[in-house]
Design a protein around this ligand. Structure first.
Ligand code: 5AD
Ligand code: SF4
Length: 447
C-alpha cells in the first residue's frame, strides 16, 4: 500500500513526559502506511501534530502560543496544512482549543490515537472532529503497536496508564483517568518484537508503573512482569518509570537485588519533605517512611541511583517545611532530580487551598533546592571516575570517532570507539565526570 501512497510530510512536536514520547512515535507509526514521512520543519509539513502536556500551567500555555505560530505557517500554505492537537491538553480542554484557535483542524485525546488516520481523513472533509477517552485501551495499544519500528537500541514501552492516587496538586487522574494495565502477554509480544529488531534496553512506562497489574488484582505486579521480560533473548537492560512510594512492594525491591537485567536506577518522587505538606498533598506517606523505604531499596541494591521529583511552594508551605525538604534531600542523596514550582491547576483540590505561596518565595526555594540537587548530581557523577562501567552504545557522538552510550545509572557516557560497537554493551573505564555526562575509554582494545 505504501508504494502507491503519495509522499506527505508529518511534523510532531512532543511536550511533557516520556509517555508522550512513546505515543508520538506510535502516531508516526500508524501514519506511515498512509504515506506520511517525518520532517523536522513545521513550515514544510502537510500534517502537524502537537502532543501536549497539561501538568503545569506553563506547559499548557505553550501550546496556545505554538498554535499561534502554526496558524501563520498554515496561512502561507496554499496547498494546505492540517493541524492536530493531541495529548493531555486535547483531552482536558479540547473544546476550548477549537474555540481559541480556528486554525486547528482536529483534537484527539490519548485513548484515540489508533483512530488518527480516519480522523485526519474526516477532518479534511469537515473541521471540528474531537475524540476523547471513550475507547477500550486494549484496542488502542493493539492497533498502535502492530507496525512498531524502533529507531535505536533503547526503546520505551508503555505498560500502564492513568493514576488513582489523586495527589491534590495533580491533573493526571482527571486527564488520563484511573489506573489501567496492559495485559502481560501483549507487553511480552511487543518486547520480543523490539528485541528481534535490535533493541537491547527497554524502559517500561506508566504514570504509576509500579502499580502495574494492581488494578487486575495483582498477579505478581511489576516485579513478575520484569522477571518475565528479563528472559527475552537480547533484552539486556530493563528500566521503569515513574513510580509512587506506596506501590514500591517487597517483590519489586527483591527484583532489584536478584534480576541482573533490572538497572540500578530508580525514579521515586517524594515531592516534599514536610509531613504537613505531604499530608496536604495526599501523598499517603511521610518523610520518614520514604527515607526508610530508600534504605530498604539500598540494602537490596547498594549502588542504586535514586532520582526524584519535587514541588516547592505548595499551598501552606512555610520556611520550616521547605527546610524539611532540604533535610530529606541531604539524607537521601539523589543522583538526579526534577524540581518544580507549584503550579495552580483549576479543578484540583490544592487550587482551592488557603496559603498560596508568593511567587518570589517559591522562586527562591526552587533555586536553593536546585543548587543542592545539582551538587548531589555532580557528586554522584564524580564518584564514577576510576570505575569500570558497562556502557550500552546508542549513537554517534558530537566529535568524529566518538560514540555516546548509557551507564547502568542512566548517565550519558562519551567514548572514542568504532561504529561497530553501536548496540553493544562494553566495559568502559570512566576518566572524568561533568554535570550531565561522563567520559571514558574502552577497557579493552576493540575486537
Ligand atoms: N505543579 C507543579 N508540579 C507538578 N507536578 C505535577 N503536578 C504539578 C503541579 N500542579 C510535578 C510532580 C510530578 C511531576 C511529573 O510533575 O513533581 O511528579
Ligand atoms: Fe499525579 Fe500523584 Fe498520580 Fe503522580 S501519583 S500522576 S503526582 S496524582
Amino acid at each position: 500500500m505504501s508504494e502507491t501512497a503519495p509522499a506527505k510530510r508529518l511534523y510532531i512536536k512532543t511536550y511533557g513526559c516520556q509517555m508522550n514520547v512513546y505515543d508520538s512515535e506510535r502516531m508516526a507509526d500508524v501514519l506511515a502506511p498512509l504515506g506520511y514521512g517525518v520532517t523536522d520543519d513545521p513550515a514544510d509539513a502537510d500534517l502537524v501534530v502537537l502532543n501536549t502536556c497539561h501538568i503545569r500551567e506553563k506547559a499548557t500555555e505553550k501550546v496556545y502560543s505554538e498554535l499561534g505560530q502554526l496558524k501563520r505557517l498554515k496561512q502561507a500554505r496554499p496547498d494546505g496544512m492540517t493541524i492536530a492537537v493531541a495529548g493531555c491538553v486535547a483531552q482536558a480542554e479540547g473544546e476550548e482549543i477549537m474555540r481559541r484557535q480556528p486554525a486547528v483542524d482536529l483534537v484527539v485525546g490519548p485513548q484515540a490515537y489508533h483512530q488518527l488516520p480516519e480522523l485526519i481523513a474526516r477532518a479534511h472533509r469537515a473541521r471540528g472532529e474531537r475524540l476523547a477517552a471513550d475507547f477500550a485501551p486494549d484496542e488502542k495499544f493493539d492497533a498502535l503497536t502492530a507496525e512498531r519500528r524502533p529507531s535505536g537500541v533503547s526503546a520505551f514501552l508503555t505498560v500502564q496508564e492513568g493514576c488513582d492516587k489523586f495527589c491534590t496538586f495533580c491533573v493526571v487522574p482527571y486527564t488520563r483517568g484511573g489506573e489501567w494495565s496492559r495485559p502481560a502477554d501483549a507487553i511480552e509480544a511487543e518486547a520480543r518484537a523490539l528485541a528481534e529488531k535490535g533493541v537491547r534496553e527497554i524502559t517500561l512506562l506508566g504514570q504509576n508503573v509500579n502499580a502495574y497489574a494492581k488494578d487486575q488484582g495483582g498477579e505478581g505486579g511489576l516485579a513478575a512482569l520484569i522477571r518475565r521480560l528479563a528472559k527475552i533473548d537480547g533484552l539486556d537492560r530493563i528500566r521503569y518509570t515513574t513510580s509512587h512510594p506506596r506501590d514500591m512492594d517487597d517483590a519489586l525491591i527483591a527484583a532489584h537485588a536478584e534480576v541482573p537485567e533490572l538497572m540500578p536506577y530508580l525514579h521515586l518522587p517524594v515531592q516534599a519533605g514536610s509531613d504537613k505538606v505531604l499530608k496536604a498533598m495526599n501523598r499517603a506517606h511521610t518523610a520518614e517512611s520514604y527515607v526508610r523505604l530508600i534504605e530498604r531499596i539500598r540494602a537490596a541494591r547498594p549502588d542504586i541511583a535514586i532520582s526524584g521529583d519535587f514541588i516547592v511552594g505548595f499551598p501552606g508551605e512555610r520556611d520550616a517545611d521547605f527546610e524539611a525538604t532540604l533535610q530529606l534531600v541531604r539524607e537521601v542523596r539523589y543522583a538526579s532530580a526534577f524540581s518544580f514550582k507549584y503550579s495552580r491547576r483549576p479543578g484540583t483540590p490544592a487550587a482551592a487551598m488557603m496559603g498560596q505561596v508568593k511567587p518570589e518565595a517559591a522562586d527562591e526555594r526552587l533555586q536553593r533546592l536546585q543548587a543542592l540537587l545539582d551538587e548531589q548530581q555532580q557528586a554522584f557523577n564524580a564518584a564514577q571516575a576510576g570505575r569500570t562501567l558497562p556502557v550500552l552504545f546508542e549513537k554517534a557522538g558530537r566529535h568524529p570517532g566518538q560514540l555516546v552510550g548509557k551507564s547502568p545509572y542512566l548517565q550519558a557516557v562519551h567514548v572514542t570507539a568504532p561504529d561497530r560497537m553501536l548496540g553493544r554493551i562494553v566495559p568502559v573505564r570512566i576518566e572524568s565526570a561533568a554535570r550531565n555526562s561522563l567520559a571514558g575509554v574502552l577497557e579493552l582494545e576493540p575486537a
